[in-house]
Design a protein around this ligand. Structure first.
Ligand SMILES: [Zn+2]
Length: 135
């Protein structure tokens, strides 16, 4: 006998019947899926996706360019980087935005430097790592 009480993941009422049942009925199933697709959740998901994409672009650019990892702002945007989405600012003399553990330092010339960061600090690359990567 199964003593574990199962409840509907939509309304939390006790479930009866098949063991793999997750909802009371179609009404509860629809309520649950509509809540997931709500505008609020869409907004959060879209921003999260944009931040994840920005980080991936910064990471790929960092790994594919030799130090000091400079690219033009236009090239980043061409890749799909969106400057209004960032997780925090970087403590640098120049304007710096971070997306999680990668960041971008803007220069007046229109070029920018891609960096790795820890919190608000730019992580300095160890010479040994650079030599290993670029010989
Ligand atoms: Zn229910």
């Amino acid at each position: 006998m199964n003593t574990h009480e199962r409840t509907c993941i939509s309304c939390s009422k006790t479930l009866k019947g098949r063991l793999d049942k997750r909802f009371c009925d179609d009404y509860c199933r629809n309520q649950f899926h509509n809540a997931i697709k709500s505008p609020e959740n869409n907004l959060v998901r879209n921003v999260n996706n944009a931040l994840t994409k920005n980080r991936r672009i910064l990471k790929n650019t960092f790994k594919s360019t030799p130090p000091p990892h400079q690219v033009h702002v236009e090239d980043l945007m061409q890749e799909g980087y969106v400057f209004r989405y960032h997780t925090h600012f970087l403590n640098e003399a120049t304007q710096g935005y971070a997306c999680y553990d990668y960041g971008v330092l803007l220069q007046p010339s229109g070029f920018c430097t891609i960096v790795q960061c820890e919190g608000n600090q730019v992580k300095k690359e160890k010479i040994a790592q650079v030599i290993k990567r670029y010989g």
